[in-house]
Ligand binder design. Structure first.
Ligand SMILES: Nc1ncnc2c1ncn2[C@@H]1O[C@H](COP(=O)(O)OP(=O)(O)OP(=O)(O)O)[C@@H](O)[C@H]1O
Length: 339
């Protein structure tokens, strides 16, 4: 991996207790967001050392004194990772917040992107640390700009409703509840507050690397959206909520349809549904029963095969994700890698 530039510490002043608590003189925008969150203590803050999780950590420490732990995941991917830890240590010491640094192996499997692998390793480690520390939940620092970026990324991939739902405000992983209280808070308000209050944070150099689509969206599209539609953060978030609601309904319909047509699906019963509903229930069956997500083209082919399956002798053998959908008598079957 090419050497990465050193992370920038912004501003240059490290916090003692006084610098961190000086931040309490003006309202931290993250504090108002915490009032709208159902999180409960004792809790953890997923603390990268970046601007957003720094504002979140300060707000949480103020809201739940003595009840907050910071968890920092050391991915070991950047040469600068040790510098991130040092900033986290200094800030946490100033706040009298215990810091837990967890080292993870974030190397990616074949076919997996490095970012996905790092995210997967991070959430697993956060859930593990929270369970070990007996924390009721973990707070994450994604904000309104992150939400818009996620939605635009989903659109750029041609995602369906699950992708267009963007990030959930809360979810469960490994028995631990995660909350994203800042999803309606603009990035600039957090960063400006930290700068005004001279609270240090790390600027991750990879966040400005425009080889990554997310960074290009942040650098080029968000300023254009701000010009054209100043309310884009709220309106885009509303669209994501509509998508999430619609997706919930589709899942309910899929569960009901699957219960009716059988699992694995009986072909005749499947054919009695509309094509859109067949697609919905097949996607659900493949994911729930086989952890397989068909591409749009694979699902279209499968629907064509199901429609054409009108004689006893008609065979189905289609590649879907890492396995195959086959015809097994009157029903469909799936053969794939063991789950
Ligand atoms: N190394 C890490 N250790 C702990 N939590 C992390 C780490 N990286 C990210 N997170 C959590 O995930 C959230 C979103 O991550 P993302 O990569 O968008 O943020 P970041 O730019 O690294 O940091 P920040 O959001 O704090 O500015 C962070 O706000 C933080 O809560």
């Amino acid at each position: 991996m090419a050497a990465l530039p050193t992370p920038k510490l912004t501003p240059n002043k490290l916090p003692g207790v006084s610098a961190a608590s000086a931040g309490l003189n003006r309202p931290n925008p993250a504090l108002a967001a915490l009032d709208r969150t159902p999180a409960f203590s004792p809790l953890g803050v997923a603390y990268s050392g970046g601007a957003d999780s720094t504002a979140l950590l300060l707000a949480a420490a103020q809201r739940w004194p003595g009840q907050v732990s910071a968890i920092h995941i050391h991915h070991g991917l950047q040469t600068a990772a040790d510098d991130f830890v040092r900033v986290c240590e200094t800030t946490c010491a100033g706040l009298h917040v215990p810091l837990h640094v967890v080292h993870v192996d974030a190397s990616h499997a074949a076919g997996e992107s490095p970012e996905d692998a790092a995210r997967r390793a991070r959430y697993t480690a956060l859930a593990g640390a929270a369970a070990q520390l007996g924390l009721a939940c973990v707070l994450l620092g994604q904000h309104a700009d992150d939400q818009v970026e996620t939605l635009l990324l989903a659109l750029s991939r041609g995602a369906g409703l699950p992708g267009l739902s963007a990030m959930a405000a809360q979810f469960e992983r490994g028995g631990v509840m995660f909350y994203r209280p800042l999803l309606t808070t603009p990035a600039a308000s957090l960063r400006n507050w930290l700068l005004q209050e001279q609270v240090p944070f790390v600027d991750d150099p990879t966040n400005t690397d425009e080889r990554y689509t997310r960074n290009r969206i942040r650098a080029r599209l968000l300023p254009a959206l701000q010009d054209a539609f100043p309310q884009f953060r709220e309106t885009f978030a509303r669209s994501a909520q509509h998508a999430a609601q619609a997706q919930t309904v589709l899942q309910e319909v899929a569960r009901e349809d699957l219960a009716r047509i059988g699992a694995p699906p009986v072909i005749k019963a499947l054919q009695a549904l509309s094509r859109a509903r067949q697609a919905n229930v097949l996607r659900h069956w493949l994911l729930e029963a086989h952890q397989a997500t068909p591409s749009t083209a694979q699902l279209d082919q499968l629907l064509d095969q199901v429609a054409a399956c009108t004689t006893r002798g008609h065979q189905i053998h289609l590649k879907v994700a890492l396995g195959h959908v086959t015809r097994a008598g009157a029903a469909l079957g799936f053969s794939g890698p063991a789950i």
